[in-house]
Design a protein around this ligand. Structure first.
Ligand code: ADP
Length: 469
């Protein structure tokens, strides 16, 4: 389905709003104005009558009549049936009929009005009585009487209802002008508002297209509204993550190719020399080739492990293992190192059991102990401790080496990270060991960590979920 632009939507909304407003005003003017005006006039004349009735018993009748006539724009006639007070009369409104009638007719009119609904009768401009809803100019007469004890007051009020058609015509013409002005305003408003909303979106869309092409230096600006600001900050976050992944990937490829090249150069170089010069066919040179091939194998294995862990394609067995027994078995493999002055100990109080995958658990132990052996201090001591810690069994490997600076403690778990890439010892490893440990521990639902103080050695620990005997 083809979507409509924000500008078109805005324009449609504002046009609809204008149309509804104009139609509502037009309907009020043309259909209801006359009725509203008549109802208003009728109410006014009733109010005036009520005011005058009040002043008959209390206050000054004459000034009350003058005030009411002025305020409500009506003609007034107040007469005493038995002549107990002087009649009061104000002829204020144009088109008044009560002051132009002979008294006989006035008497008839009075009697007729009193018997009508609400004491009101309507006359046409020509003086003929008409119905309430009649068109054209009208005279409206209200008759009432008030009992004054010995006498009775007769109150007659007269006001005119001018036809609204002329007013309506004028209003309709004004409405036309207002309609045109509203349409122009709607178009302008639609342009401005859609510009305000659409411009940042268009800018962000252009930025996203550049991001897709790998331009990670761009910055997404919000501006306009809260929603667009949050879209911009989400995109900035996505951009940072993409650029980080991209950088890591490039580093990984650079590192792998570098690490592969060194042993490969050595292997091909030495084999070439051994082939060309018969005297070079020595056991030492052969050992170098074997060692380098070994390095190559472990590097390739590490890289494979990492990618399998990352892809989540490896299946982990979950079986009951005796961690202490596994660790002891692994330590035996290091016993050869004792001849080189290494003091590797394995300490625990009782056999401890965990749930895990044997091959992976051994991989964790070897990685940690290998690092400890590589980085341990002059005394060449490495201690492996296994103990129960709540729901977990902890395996901690302590060395006496230089330790790791505090600010690097987080990074060492990253792929290919080496604290000091130029350090002789760091050249030994691939920088993948701890990353593999992290991946395996996550798969086991266990924890991992390191405590280290520079100069005093480090303790790497891992927590495996414990299980009973
Ligand atoms: P590598 O194969 O380089 O040892 P690792 O991922 O196992 O890679 O370790 C990452 C980095 O962490 C190492 O290069 C080293 O700088 C640091 N590191 C690891 N273990 C220790 C340790 N026991 N003592 C000091 N530094 C260590």
């Amino acid at each position: 389905m083809k979507r409509v632009s924000i500008r078109a939507q805005m324009l449609a909304c504002l046009f609809a709003f204008t149309a509804v407003t104009v139609i509502a005003i037009w309907a009020c003017q043309n259909l209801f104005l006359e009725d509203i005006y008549k109802a208003y006039k009728t109410r006014e004349i009733k109010d005036a009558s009520a005011k005058i009735s009040e002043s008959l018993t209390e206050g000054d009748l004459e000034s009350a009549v003058i005030a009411a006539a002025e305020r409500y724009d009506v003609c007034v006639m107040v007469l005493a049936e038995r002549g107990s007070f002087e009649p009061v009369s104000v002829d204020a409104a144009a088109g008044c009929v009560i002051h132009r009638m002979p008294s006989i007719e006035l008497n008839r009119l009075y009697a007729q009005a009193l018997s009508s609904e609400g004491g009101i009768i309507y006359f046409s401009a020509e003086g003929a009585p008409v119905g309430k809803g009649a068109e054209g100019e009208q005279s409206i007469v209200l008759a009432s009487e008030a009992d004054m004890g010995t006498d009775r007051a007769i109150i007659l009020l007269n006001s005119t209802i001018t036809p609204v058609s002329a007013t309506v015509n004028t209003l309709n013409r004004i409405l036309m002008i207002i309609t045109v002005a509203l349409i122009v305003l709607s178009v302008l408003l639609a342009l401005v508002i859609s510009q305000l909303i659409a411009r940042p979106i268009t800018r962000i869309t252009r930025g996203a297209a550049r991001l897709a092409r790998g331009e990670y230096h761009i910055h997404f600006d919000g501006g306009g509204s809260k929603e667009i600001d949050s879209l911009a900050s989400t995109l900035n976050y996505a951009k940072d993550e993409l650029s980080r992944v991209d950088r890591l990937q490039k580093e990984l490829i650079a590192n792998i190719s570098h690490d592969l090249r060194t042993p490969l150069t050595m292997i091909s170089g030495y084999s070439q020399v051994m082939q060309d010069i018969p005297g070079e066919m020595t056991a030492e040179n052969l050992q170098i080739i074997i060692d380098e091939a070994g390095r190559l194998t472990s590097l390739v294995n590490d890289v494979l492990d990492i990618s399998k862990l990352n892809a989540g394609v490896q299946t982990f067995k979950r079986e009951r293992l005796c961690l202490t027994e596994l660790a002891e078995g692994a330590m035996e493999r290091y016993s050869r190192l004792a001849a080189g002055g290494y003091d590797i100990r394995c300490e625990f109080d009782e056999p401890l059991y965990i749930m895990g995958d044997e091959t992976r658990v051994l991989q964790v132990i070897y990685n940690l102990v290998n690092n400890a052996v590589t980085y341990t201090g002059e005394d060449k001591r490495v201690t492996l401790r296994i103990f129960r810690r709540g729901e977990y069994v902890r395996l901690a490997v302590t060395d006496t080496g230089e330790g790791i600076p505090k600010e690097k403690l987080q990074d060492i778990w990253e792929r290919y990270y080496k604290v000091d890439a130029h350090h002789k010892r760091s050249a030994v490893g691939t920088g993948l060991g701890l990353s593999i440990v992290r991946g395996i521990m996550r798969e086991h639902g266990g924890g991992y960590g390191v405590e280290s103080s520079p100069g005093a050695g480090s303790t790497f620990w891992v927590d495996f979920p414990a299980t009973g005997q």
